[in-house]
Design a protein around this ligand. Structure first.
Ligand code: GTP
Ligand code: MG
Length: 138
């Protein structure tokens, strides 16, 4: 089975939505096999989002991700990478399908409540960024 990295972002932890968000992942058949609540520094957020360094919103994104605690977690299941992104919905909540996390909870294209890895290689890198093998408990 596949694993993917999920982050519940500051706009969602601020509004006490972690349980409602994780209920959607679990209802979709995804299993949380690692989880922790952390408060990223701007430098750590910058390193995690390094691939976006040239995008115009990079500074804003890093500042936002360091503005309050996040919940970082590993979701496991068949086709977990695609399934996670399906449950999350489109990046911009205005485009997100009904019933998705971003349609229900996201505030804007930046403050969009969740992150999910986009491919097997990025999933492996992003999981290793936050977790050691010992912390993944299937
Ligand atoms: P992630 O799962 O967070 O990677 O979202 P994504 O794959 O749907 O979007 P993408 O990788 O293109 O962008 C990464 C993150 O940057 C998004 O989730 C947003 O939080 C943020 N972002 C993307 N576009 C914009 C934008 O136009 N403005 C701002 N402020 N943030 C943006
Ligand atoms: Mg992305």
């Amino acid at each position: 089975t596949e694993r993917t990295l999920s982050i519940i972002k500051p706009d969602a932890t601020n509004r006490n939505l972690t349980g409602k968000i994780n209920a959607k992942f679990e209802d979709a058949g995804l299993r949380i096999v690692a989880q922790k609540r952390i408060h990223l520094t701007p430098a750590q957020a910058g390193k995690f989002y390094e691939v976006h360094a040239e995008r115009p919103f990079y500074g804003e994104l890093c500042e936002f991700m360091a503005s309050a605690p996040v919940v970082v977690q590993v979701l496991e299941g068949e086709g977990a990478i695609a399934k996670n992104r399906e449950v999350m919905g489109a990046t911009n909540p205005a485009d997100a399908a009904e019933g998705t996390i971003r349609a229900e909870f996201a505030l804007s294209v930046g403050e969009n409540s969740v992150h999910g890895s986009d491919a097997p290689e990025t999933a492996a890198n992003e999981i290793a960024f936050f977790f050691s093998g010992l912390e993944l408990v299937g």
